[in-house]
Design a protein around this ligand. Structure first.
Ligand code: AHM
Ligand code: MG
Length: 339
């Protein structure tokens, strides 16, 4: 008889707590609560279409983007979970203009802050295509016992204590790192637990998939245009032409490339001259995971994790994936940077 006894996320988190000297379980509790919110949101995503959760909420978020009902639902759920954990003193969310501080005595005494995109890939919500949540955890800089302040959130990505994402796809998968490798957990709906499914993920050094919204081609920097042509050229030695795959949900595009080997690019465009993706809750957490899996993440010229954020919703061009592929696109960007 085959015995099925999976390693659950909670079991794994507790085991790994020992990697942090003097750890007292606060981060474990925080991650545990993120896992609970992920289950609640995942359940809602699975029922979308049956319950009244699809469509527009009728508001714009801080960045002038139309909020979907699921965006709002996910934001509320994660906020509630992080507050309930008692280990988080404040959050920065894609859906809120300002930081949100938790002002109970317990929360003000907490040592972590969280930056989060509660539901990434909004354009895919209504059409049953994979969407996700992205999160990033930092130690606060302000004194414990006080309210969180803006400076707690404007730390470079190198200071992340943990980061990861959840994909609501053909299954719900939670991927995270605490700086000791990357592990992925798949939700087993029959027991309601995230179970270790992809231990110690390593992304290939080189890959054959490129992911970019080519509809914006005419507005790309010359280096990106040349790189795309390079991807499309035939060369057997380097397995080209590469395969083009673009879902339009960062987590889903990144996750596929992480496992199979590829590069994700969101360059500056006419509509988004600074790039579209946000440093705090999209690029930094993904960059942390990418690097921990042996990959790379840059803004085309500089390591993402070393960029000092100047504002909460700061955007940047984003290039991430297999190290050799990111090196190559950077080569093109440098060569054509004046063009
Ligand atoms: P969102 O947070 O509003 O969903 O925007 C971020 C998303 C990413 O998931 C995705 O990679 C990108 O925007 C897609 O943008 P585009 O539709 O311009 O290609
Ligand atoms: Mg997003």
């Amino acid at each position: 008889m085959n015995i099925y006894f999976p390693k659950t996320l909670n079991e794994f988190i507790i085991e790994r707590q020992a990697e942090f000297p003097y750890a007292r379980g606060e981060l474990s509790r925080l991650l545990h609560h993120i896992g609970i919110a992920a289950k609640v949101v995942g359940k809602k995503v699975n029922k979308a279409g049956l319950v009244d959760i699809l469509g527009h909420a009728g508001n714009m978020n801080v960045q002038g983007e139309d909020q979907m009902k699921l965006d709002v639902f996910a934001d509320i759920q994660f906020r509630a979970a992080l507050k309930a954990s008692g280990e988080c003193c404040g959050i920065a969310s894609e859906e809120n203009k300002d930081i949100v501080t938790f002002d109970t005595d317990l929360a003000m005494d907490a040592k972590y802050i969280v930056a989060i995109d509660p539901l990434d890939g909004s354009s895919n919500i209504d059409v049953n295509v994979s969407i996700g949540t992205i999160f990033s955890i930092y130690r606060r800089l302000s004194e414990r016992g006080t309210r969180a302040v803006m400076d707690d959130f404007l730390q470079p990505g190198t200071e992340q204590v943990a980061a990861g994402y959840i994909i609501y796809g053909s299954s719900t998968v939670l991927v995270y790192t605490t700086g000791h490798g990357v592990n992925a957990f798949t939700l087993d709906p029959s027991i309601g637990e995230f179970c270790l499914s992809h231990p110690n993920i390593r992304t290939p050094d080189d890959g054959t998939i490129y992911s970019i919204n080519e509809g914006n081609y005419t507005h790309f920097p010359m280096g990106v245009k040349k790189y795309i042509k390079y991807c499309q050229e035939r060369d057997e030695a380097t397995n080209r032409p590469y395969t083009s795959r673009y879902i339009g949900s960062l987590v889903a595009d990144f996750h596929r490339n992480l496992l199979k080997g590829g590069i994700y690019i969101y360059p500056p465009t006419e509509k988004n001259p600074e790039g579209k993706l946000r440093l705090l809750y999209e690029c930094n957490p993904i960059a942390f995971v990418a690097e921990q899996a042996g990959g790379k993440a840059t803004d085309g010229f500089q390591r993402v994790l070393e960029i000092k954020p100047l504002s909460l919703h700061q955007r940047l061009p984003f290039y991430t994936g297999c190290k050799k592929m990111v090196d190559k696109v950077e080569e093109f960007l440098r060569a054509y940077s004046e063009a």
